[in-house]
Design a protein around this ligand. Structure first.
Ligand SMILES: [Mg+2]
Length: 438
């Protein structure tokens, strides 16, 4: 028998000693629950429920909406943010367009020349990456006020697992409404939210009543919600598989759900079972929070205390290389770079800086670490130890077309190559010119 009990304002899972799990009596047999799942009025008498509440938050026409917010003259007009159309001869694509532009059949990723043909009188604007990323950070700051369990998907889109925090905000629905109003009040933009027991359903739901929408799919309605959807909505189903299924007259998620799982496995191998599960509302995938690790760091103590600037900077470069390499190994990028510096006599200080765009490049880390070091006044004391820590971590896979400039990819590939060589020939095989033996 399992029960939840509030204990000192926290929720603990209580497992009775009869189960033989915990033999002690008293508070020690309350185990803190990482996640709590309960609904109803009382934490007492609630049964273990698998109920999950996943919210998918998606900003509406993000770039175009920011432009319209900042220039009232653009409101109510077809605004197309993306490449320069050059009178219909331009290359490149539409990044985002306003809802007014969508009425002309324009959509994201459409070649800009076609968009121009469809709506030559539209207002074409260049992508202001810096501005949009500033707004994005504000959006994420708001989301983190509601739960730490956030999986960033892109600059304007994220999954939130609110199973454990919704009760603090008056329930899952109220929490979602509060996010919407915070975004409206603090940033002046609208977001659409889908709330569902699974990630796929939440994502589909957020798209249904755009803009400024909120769609909830309750656990008991999940199958009814999925059934009429077109199979193209099913996650991970490629165009080839889709054609194959349509050829068999399987056009909706409901059609697919009724199929024999073995038949699907014959068709698609392991994926067959996965598709069948998704179609039947079985989607256990968790919201993958930014990362398990909170920070990645490295430090070094000098053989003897030193005030040799070149030696200290060389050490910082080496540390940045190591931290950068670890971050890339773990598929992480960070925003906050902290310099730790210990002076003779064991006085330890830290100085930190937070950069706009999360990254894991040794060059960037070094530039910031060096700047922090150069600003630090050692008051004539010698340095005993230096350390570099990167925190405020995000998954490197965060699809963020804005953050990923072409040059970044190039630098990343160089770093990867260096990592490979180091792996093969040891850590000392490749060094930058500024790195020194310490
Ligand atoms: Mg969006």
């Amino acid at each position: 028998m399992r029960r939840y009990r509030p204990y000192k304002n926290k929720i603990y899972i209580c497992i009775t000693p009869k189960r033989g799990v915990f033999k002690q009596k008293g508070p020690s047999f309350f185990v803190p629950a990482k996640r709590i799942y309960f609904y109803g009025d009382s934490a007492y008498n609630t049964h273990m429920s698998k109920e999950r509440y996943i919210a998918h938050v998606d900003m509406d026409a993000f770039f175009a909406a920011i432009e319209q917010r900042d220039d009232p003259g653009l409101r109510g007009k077809p605004v197309i943010v993306g490449a320069d159309p050059k009178g219909g001869k331009g290359r490149g694509v539409v990044s985002t367009c306003s809802y007014e532009a969508r009425k002309f059949g324009i959509h994201s990723a459409m070649p800009i020349s076609i968009a121009y043909r469809k709506c030559a009188h539209g207002i074409f604007l260049p992508v202001d990456a810096e501005k949009y990323s500033r707004v994005s950070h504000k959006m994420y700051d708001i989301l983190y006020d509601f739960t730490p369990e956030i999986e960033p998907i892109s600059i304007d889109e994220a999954f939130l697992d609110i199973s454990a925090s919704h009760h603090l905000f008056g329930g899952p629905q109220k929490l979602c409404q509060s996010i919407k109003s915070r975004i409206k009040d603090d940033i002046g933009l609208t977001a659409s939210i889908g709330l569902a027991p699974t990630k796929m359903a939440a994502k589909i739901a957020s798209d249904l009543k755009k803009p400024d929408g909120f769609v909830e799919v309750a656990e008991e309605n999940l199958l009814d919600f999925l059934r009429p959807l077109d199979i193209s909505k099913l996650w991970g189903l490629g165009a080839k598989s889709e054609r194959l299924l349509r050829g068999m007259n399987i056009n909706t998620v409901g059609d697919l759900a009724k199929m024999d799982i073995n038949e699907l496995e014959d068709l698609f191998g392991k994926n067959g079972a996965h598709f069948w599960n998704l179609a039947n509302g079985i989607d256990e995938r968790e919201v993958e929070t930014a990362c398990g690790a909170k920070s990645v760091s490295n430090e070094v103590t000098f053989d003897s205390d030193t005030s040799d600037k070149e030696k200290i900077e060389g050490a910082l470069m080496l540390l940045c290389e190591k931290v950068s390499s670890r971050l890339r190994q773990d598929g992480l990028k960070g925003k906050t770079i902290t310099l730790k510096i210990r002076l003779q006599g064991f006085y330890t200080f830290t100085r930190a800086v937070t950069v706009e765009v999360p990254n894991n490049f040794a060059d960037v880390l070094y530039k910031e670490a060096k700047r922090l070091y150069n600003r630090f006044d050692t008051k004539g004391k010698r340095v005993r130890l230096v350390g570099v820590r990167v925190s405020n971590l995000f998954p490197a896979s965060l699809q963020n077309s804005l953050f990923e400039k072409y040059t970044d990819k190039k630098i990343e590939n160089i770093h990867k190559a260096v990592d490979k060589i180091k792996e093969k020939f040891g850590d000392t095989s490749i060094h930058r010119a500024t790195q020194m033996e310490i």
